[in-house]
Design a protein around this ligand. Structure first.
Ligand code: NAD
Length: 444
């Protein structure tokens, strides 16, 4: 089949490359000429494990190409996917649909023959109706079906998630569109992921409900972690103790500095807005968003507490800037409000991230960027682990301690064991666990 992917970002490029790998012919289109030029030179504009090889092999085999203009690719396509950004609208938190609507208008002008237009971007309920209205307004005679096919991939594991999804949600009541969608995803039938066919509005809501639920799970365990610290319990064991219950499940029960990234923050807020507009407020999700917002700056106070209360004039080393490991995505990363709050409290901040520093520089101009974790720790009064990159999990603790001004570690991802850290002479605090100082033999 011939596929056109409008928007060549984290979702569009991965989905396009994977569809090409399934054997379809895919053209990835983007208005960002620099991005398309880079792809044409064989450069991958984002960091996503496995993506360079997948893109280059499919380009070489003639199944994947790139363009800035969509007209020719749309005219030839069986399916046109809209995978453009849907950020928070400045001012009110509703999803900004201007990119989706612009893409719909451009697609409408270029359609030729029966075409399935598929919204893969995360869009509020009713957006498919609006995309269809825009297309029909521009081209009343167009033979088109507008489908919702939300994407659930996670950055950092995007290719695996796309090729081994838990489910594929297809929102359409059009029989021809259903056939095209089934054919597009047919290579996945071997792995037998459930294809869930729903009406379009339901498919749109499934995506938001899924993200809001996951954000709730994270926020729930974060609040339980705070309670653990007060009452002397261990959140890791609580998470395990509840996660082994199949009704709860162990995923997304890792306490940390609060969720961030390109999806959860904007999607929870957009869902809250949709619910309010429809007079069915989602009070739980409202609480989740508010609690999570507070949490990131609260982490700076935790760092200050680890240094006895004040960090004015102190040097703080931060390991990890991206919102999670294995991505260069800095959108809504918890590191940003945390570092800003540390600076507000008077600290000087040194940072290191394995891949995120180029993206971080414009967002965090007043920090010292270092070459590696040990250089970052040099002379620091405290080291804060913010993103759990693999390479931070087994640092040489003796070397780390020797390079720091004071051996204080605040581990916001709980990747170290408190007793190990104590043995190496660190004052260590994690999230929702007793501080290592309290672990001293005989401390009770
Ligand atoms: N990033 C994720 O992990 C993820 C996961 C699931 C769903 N989503 C959703 O997928 C959508 C895309 O997210 P993303 O992270 O890939 O965004 P992104 O910002 O990485 O990419 C969007 C791309 O669309 C391009 N674009 C904008 N308007 C265009 C137009 N009219 N024609 C052609 N290209 C245009 C931009 O230049 C950009 O390259 C969003 O709705 C997001 O919520 C993202």
């Amino acid at each position: 089949m011939r596929v056109t992917m409008i928007g060549t970002g984290y979702v569009g490029l991965v989905s396009g490359a994977c569809f090409a790998d399934f054997g379809h012919h895919v053209t990835c289109v983007d208005t960002d000429a620099g991005k398309i030029a880079a792809l044409m030179r064989g450069e991958i504009p984002i960091y996503e494990p496995g993506l360079p090889g997948l893109v280059s092999s499919n380009v070489q085999e003639g199944r994947l190409d790139f363009a800035t203009g969509l007209a020719a690719a749309v005219a030839a396509a069986d399916a046109v996917f809209i995978a453009v950004g849907t950020p928070s609208r400045r001012g009110d938190g509703h999803a900004d649909l201007s990119y989706v609507h612009a893409a719909a208008r451009e697609i409408a002008a270029a359609l030729d023959g029966f075409t399935v237009v598929v919204t893969k971007s995360t869009v509020p309920v009713g957006t498919g109706d609006e995309v269809e209205r825009i297309i029909r307004e521009t081209r009343p005679q167009a033979d088109v079906a507008v489908v919702s096919n939300p994407e659930f991939l996670r950055e950092g594991a995007a290719i695996r998630d796309f090729k081994h999804p838990d489910r594929i949600v297809v929102g359409t009541e059009d029989a021809r569109a259903r056939e095209v969608m089934a054919e597009l995803y047919r290579p996945l039938y071997l792995n037998a992921p459930p294809m869930l066919y729903t009406d379009r509005r339901t498919a749109e809501l499934i995506k938001y409900a899924a993200n809001a639920f996951l954000a709730t799970k994270i926020t729930f365990i974060n609040e339980i972690a705070d309670l653990c610290e007060k009452v002397g319990a261990d959140v890791q064991d609580v998470a395990r103790g509840i996660g082994l219950d199949n009704r709860i499940g162990s995923k997304f029960l890792h306490a940390g500095p609060g969720y961030g990234g390109s999806c959860f923050p904007k999607d929870t807020v957009a869902l809250i807005k949709t619910a309010q507009d429809n007079e069915a407020p989602l009070r739980i999700v409202e609480a989740v968003a508010a609690v999570n917002d507070q949490r990131k700056r609260a982490m700076a106070r935790k760092v200050a507490a680890a240094l006895g209360g004040s960090i004015r004039g102190r040097s703080i080393a931060v390991l990890g800037l991206t919102f999670k490991p294995n991505t260069d995505d800095m959108r809504e990363a918890p590191s940003i409000p945390l570092i800003t709050a540390l600076q507000d409290l008077g600290a000087r901040v040194r940072v290191y991230d394995p891949v995120g520093m180029p993206q971080a520089r414009p967002l965090l101009p007043d920090v010292t960027y270092c070459d590696n974790a040990y250089a970052c720790a040099e002379g620091a009064d405290a080291l804060v682990i913010v993103t759990e990159w693999e390479q931070f999990r087994a640092l040489d603790l003796a070397r780390l301690k020797a390079s720091m001004a004071q051996p204080v570690v605040v581990d916001l991802r709980n990747i170290y064991r408190p007793d190990d850290m104590l043995r190496h002479g660190f004052a260590y605090s994690g999230i929702g666990r007793a501080a290592a100082r309290d672990w001293a033999p005989g401390a009770g």
